[in-house]
Design a protein around this ligand. Sequence first.
Ligand SMILES: Nc1ncnc2c1ncn2[C@@H]1O[C@H](COP(=O)(O)OP(=O)(O)O)[C@@H](O)[C@H]1O
Ligand code: SF4
Ligand SMILES: [Mg+2]
Length: 434
Amino acid sequence: MTAATDQRTVLAVRDLKKHFPIKDGALQRVVGQVRAVDGVSFDLLRGETLGLVGESGCGKTTLGRVLAGLEKPTSGGVYFDLSEQQRTELDQALRAGQGEDLAQLEAAHRVDRLDATNWRRFRRNTQMVFQDSFSSLNPRHLVSDIVGRPLRVYKEASGSALTERVVGLLEQVGLGRQHLYRYPHQFSGGQRQRISIARALALDPELVILDEPTSALDVSVQAQILNLLHELQQNRGFTFLFITHDLSVVRHMADRIAVMYLGRIAESGETTGLFDDPIHPYTEALLRANPDLTGDDEGFRGLEGTVPDPARPPQGCRFHTRCEYATPDCGWEIDDVVLQLEDTPALFDKLVGVERRSPFDADLEFVDASAAAALETALHGDEVPSSMKAAIEQVSVGAQTVSIKFREVNEVLLTPRGNDRLAACVLDALPSRD
Ligand SMILES: Nc1ncnc2c1ncn2[C@@H]1O[C@H](COP(=O)(O)OP(=O)(O)O)[C@@H](O)[C@H]1O
Ligand code: SF4
Ligand SMILES: [Mg+2]
């Protein structure tokens, strides 16, 4: 693990959002937005490794691609290479809103507004390694071309000097001269990932974004690639953003961890502290889903439930639909009633429509009065979590409708919890499991 060598910020991410439009019908009208990344802020300091962790579908790849400049943000900003003073000035300027100071900082540092010179500097200093080495390496190019291409494009070397630079890079990743004139398909998955890493390191970048670099590999090969990355990190002092769904992969490499859930950061902090003493129930659930990390002998339990639709993220805390500690203040809403109904097909089939006044307040209309009454009874039953029941402020049954009003709550935001820790949870600490 490499401590940050100075306080230079390689990336400052501020309220970053990336939404994808959902289009429908012959006219391809926009009917909604997939909120893949939905308000993310953090700093990545030079020389540090940040592990970005979360289940599949949480927005990690999208975030990585926006940070690498491969996708434009919908709103918010990614700022590259700031001194401590510039970072302070940036935050002051952002608080003050548009102005000359902000415009100047943005031209030099904001990734989607860089001038040509700064864009070139950013691109050569930010490299990405993808999970799928089959599609990220051109099958018709020789290894010598693949690894040598960045050096040619940036006119760093040519001719025999270029070949020697490529050999040097291959040796750094455990390959050699004998591999120069082969095609990607002639290698194993682990070797192809070594080639991807060699290519990413060719220009000696400041930042390497690794998106699930070992997830497609066998466990033993995974360990070899992780060791290689660890060594490179120790010897060369790269800044790594290591994206993975598997916390155990980053345990020994990351200085800090950011846990992502449904487009937002649920918790972040220094690695050891976060593993030993998670605050957010989602972090705890990820740790418990992985028995290697807890010494738990119950075996792999998986994480219950599925990630909700990012086009309609839950109110309050986005994790409330799956959280075993949820309280009445965690964002219970009409969608949760509809979800409960889906589990009772006989009743759900009788639901005609939902007339919403807000996410918390709606009339549910049924085909007949008995179905409406059945819902009201079901809302008092054992299937409904007690915290959800407690969040209901009003229920009234009409002829064929049930009107339900939940307690309204705001989004649960990340707040400082001491020791470099941030967590987005209404609880002060995790309830004890004993
Ligand atoms: N180009 C795209 N267009 C529409 N939706 C997308 C696109 N890329 C990703 N998504 C959606 O955004 C969400 C986050 O995806 P992704 O960033 O790949 O998550 P992760 O890497 O954590 O699995 C998913 O719901 C995914 O379907
Ligand atoms: S705020 Fe905390 S307790 Fe409430 S649902 Fe979210 S994670 Fe669970
Ligand atoms: Mg991904």
